[in-house]
Design a protein around this ligand. Structure first.
Ligand SMILES: [Zn+2]
Ligand SMILES: [Zn+2]
Ligand SMILES: [Zn+2]
Length: 200
């Protein structure tokens, strides 16, 4: 099941998360990582030889983490950790997710996933409204357009069971018997794709 509507216009201000505790530029086949790069503009060169077609650069941002209190995905690359629906800032644990952004959408990768400047969470920006933010009212998008893989086999170095919550529009981990804390009340609900997210 997908989402009924996406929007392709991007009125967001040119405001991106600063380079985090770590930002990497990953070459799809080359395993090259460069520290200290915040933004990347790299989708294959026009004149590349046919044999190099699959070796296009992809841009990822690390420092996306699981929150043990709300089960949400949040960006830990700032000195503070946003606003958690369970109170205070988010608390990170587990994998350091390294999420692709600003690449073409495919049948198994959905775009319109954005950073919220108010709660630091990842939320789906593809609806006319923007869900419910733990910092009050709706989420506010900024920065990269994340393109998240879904409904694919989970290779080593990735984790499935990341889902969309139709109550708050957040991305959260659905792999536990309970579903964390939703800013719209009680636990998150589940809908849509099964996201399979790469981590370091
Ligand atoms: Zn949290
Ligand atoms: Zn928010
Ligand atoms: Zn929720």
């Amino acid at each position: 099941m997908g989402f009924p509507k996406t929007r392709d216009d991007d009125p967001a201000p040119d405001l991106r998360p600063r380079p985090g505790r770590r930002a990497v530029l990953t070459r799809a086949l080359g395993l090259t990582a460069v520290a200290g790069l915040g933004t990347v503009a790299a989708i294959g060169a026009a004149a590349e030889p046919a044999a190099a077609k699959d070796a296009k650069l992809t841009a990822n941002q690390a420092d996306w983490r699981f929150c043990t209190k709300c089960y949400g995905m949040f960006f830990r690359g700032y000195p503070t950790d946003g606003a958690c629906p369970s109170g205070g800032g988010h608390d990170s644990a587990g994998y350091n997710f390294n999420l692709p952004h600003d690449i073409p959408e495919t049948p198994t990768a959905q775009h319109n996933w954005r950073f919220c400047t108010k709660c630091y969470g990842m939320f789906f920006w593809g609806y006319p409204d923007n869900g419910r933010c733990p910092a009050g009212n709706a989420h506010a998008a900024a920065g990269y357009d994340f393109v998240l893989p879904h409904d694919i086999p989970d290779p080593p170095g990735s984790q499935r069971n990341w889902r969309f919550c139709p109550k708050c529009y957040g991305l959260y981990f659905y792999g536990y018997p309970t579903n964390g804390r939703c800013p719209a009340g009680n636990a998150h609900s589940v809908a849509g794709y099964d996201f399979v997210l790469p981590h370091l």
